[in-house]
Design a protein around this ligand. Structure first.
Ligand code: HXC
Length: 514
């Protein structure tokens, strides 16, 4: 066959595979408000940069008449490209082909691209739209998932792993995302569950819709399995792009530095935080007063909102922010917010992103529910991850820092490098009222006027401890600063920490309170 004809033959073969599951299946995909696998990839990557591999891979299943079926690309599109000019690996499951189900060759395509991303140190983006393990392939599809999970684990902390849930994802199709760093969901399109509604109906007789069982809101607002929620695929792709602009491409790269910009300063930082420690405020406004261009990119915004985590830039460099949120539950730490904070600290530490912590909390949340939910174990995760993190750590106490909350939130004792406090900081074992009630119980009880004596004792305790100066006199706080000095002091602390060199004792790995 002459070369010209061979090229025509190649083009025809390509076209055939690129039709995926065929016109009808694609129509169904579009009717659900979904893009096709290739459209998704080209929307995320820089225009014209996608290079596809393994287009002609075919499944090798023989049972259940599978030998009579052709599955285009075995239901997954894989390749490399660039995002903002930087290289990335990507795969997208094609729901139009056997529901994007994962057979052994489908899995092999994914693991091949995962191996590239790990070897060549570039981010991996996985677009999941799959009914899970391909039922006809039995243990071979389970083996495929096992190979993916293993690689997710090897790559953890080396390259960023991003999962995008863009369809009904069941079984193995949700466990790989659970092992990755960031999970993106889209309203009405994303569903995640271990077992779908039909199985639940059969096994336990309960009827529930897929949306209520594991829709986008369930995972972004209730379970915390998703880190970013979007209203449309387009919004989701913009979020991915923005996230990638903040994070380093691997654990040996630094995040790209951009030209520093001052905050937009729409409000003065001291006007945001009320002096009365009981009054709430939105700590994100404080962060926006500190970061370049007031651009704060929040993660897990809708889940465990009593803690705030996310990225911003200071002097052009990416910083990870951790903060209590006095607007929600007075900013207390509980099981979920502890998990949220601890995991983020480990992400920043793995990828050499400095941490800035803003403290204003009454402590850990008391109560039977929390105790029985394991707040001891969950809360300990924060202690562990701050102690273990060797990146530069800067802490600022704005108002309350009581009890375990003081220690947990990036204190000097867990090796913060610089601890600052505003003059409004209150550092004590607990709030003045609770403290006075306990240590002066006898005197209050025996007094002629208990209410008056209680008031006096509360004031006495407040005068003694409700300030930053006792902690400063011990050197637990490096400097008491004016609110207006905040950005400059933190920028300077981060600058002088650039070459920080701190390690951990030699060990295989620690045993965090998972
Ligand atoms: C083979 C599958 C499939 C699967 C879907 N399909 N899931 N084929 N194996 N796991 C096929 C369907 O037969 C159908 O083929 C096409 O994909 C589209 O599926 P529909 O059911 O028509 O779509 P929809 O109504 O949108 O429902 C999507 C769904 C449902 C919710 C995902 O298909 C479903 O519940 N699938 C099974 C989910 C599941 O239990 N998976 C196994 C998980 S166990 P045709 O030819 O009709 O178009 C697992 C083990 C790993 O993953 C665990 C590791 C820890």
């Amino acid at each position: 066959m002459p070369l010209k004809n061979k090229i025509l033959d190649l083009q025809k073969r390509r076209e055939l595979v690129e039709q995926g599951g065929g016109e009808k299946a694609i129509e169904k995909q579009i009717a659900m408000g979904k893009l096709t696998a290739r459209e998704r990839i080209t929307s995320i990557l820089d225009k014209g940069s996608f290079n596809e591999y393994d287009l002609f891979v075919e499944h090798d299943a023989r049972d259940f008449d599978m030998d009579k079926v052709t599955l285009a690309g075995d239901g997954v599109v894989t390749g490399t490209g660039t995002i903002n000019g930087q290289p990335a690996c990507i795969y997208a499951q094609d729901f139009t082909v056997a529901g994007g189900s994962l057979g052994s060759m489908h899995a092999r395509k994914i693991t091949k691209i995962m191996d590239h991303s790990l070897k060549m140190k570039m981010p991996l983006i996985g677009i999941n739209d799959s009914g899970g393990a391909r039922i006809q392939e039995g243990v071979n599809s389970l083996a495929g998932y096992g190979e993916i999970f293993f690689r997710n684990t090897l790559a953890s902390g080396v390259i960023p792993q991003i999962s995008v849930i863009l369809g009904p994802c069941a079984g193995g199709a949700v466990y790989s995302p659970a092992l990755t760093d960031f999970v993106f969901v889209v309203d009405k399109i994303s569903k995640m569950f271990i077992t779908g509604p039909e199985v639940i109906k059969t096994v336990i007789g309960e009827e529930i819709s897929a949306e209520d069982l594991g829709g986008a809101k369930v995972h972004s607002h209730i379970t915390g399995n998703a880190h970013f929620y979007a209203e449309s695929e387009k919004e989701c792709f913009d979020q991915i792009n923005k996230l990638l602009s903040f994070i380093p491409w691997s654990n040996v790269h630094k995040a790209v530095k951009i030209a520093p910009k001052p905050p937009k300063n729409h409000r003065k930082i001291e006007d945001i935080v009320p002096e009365d420690p009981k009054q709430p405020y939105d700590v994100r406004e404080v962060i926006r007063c500190m970061v370049d261009d007031s651009d704060f990119f929040e993660i897990q915004e809708h889940w465990a909102a009593n803690a705030v985590i996310g990225f911003g830039r200071m002097n052009g460099e990416t910083v990870g922010f951790v903060a209590n949120q006095p607007l929600v539950l007075a900013g207390v730490l509980d099981c979920d917010s502890s998990d949220k904070i601890a995991r983020f600290i480990r992400y920043c530490d793995a990828f050499n992103i400095p941490l800035v912590t803003l403290v204003d909390l009454p402590g850990y949340l008391p109560g039977v529910d929390q105790e029985h939910a394991g707040v001891i174990r969950h809360g300990a995760k924060i202690l562990y991850s701050y102690s273990e993190a060797t990146v530069p750590k800067v802490t600022l106490i704005l108002r309350k820092a009581y009890g375990g909350g003081y220690i947990a939130m990036g204190s000097r004792h867990l090796r913060a490098d610089f601890v600052f406090a505003w003059p409004t900081a209150e550092i004590a074992v607990m709030g003045s009222e609770g403290a006075a009630n306990i240590i002066f119980r006898k005197e209050i009880k025996e007094a002629e006027n208990p209410a008056e004596v209680r008031k006096q004792k509360v004031q006495e305790y407040r005068d003694k401890f409700a300030n930053p100066y006792v902690a400063a006199s011990k050197g637990y706080i490096d400097a008491v600063i004016e609110p207006g000095e905040t950005r400059n002091k933190i920028v300077h602390a981060l600058e002088v920490s650039t070459y920080k060199d701190a390690g951990m004792p030699k060990k295989k790995h620690g045993i965090p309170p998972f």
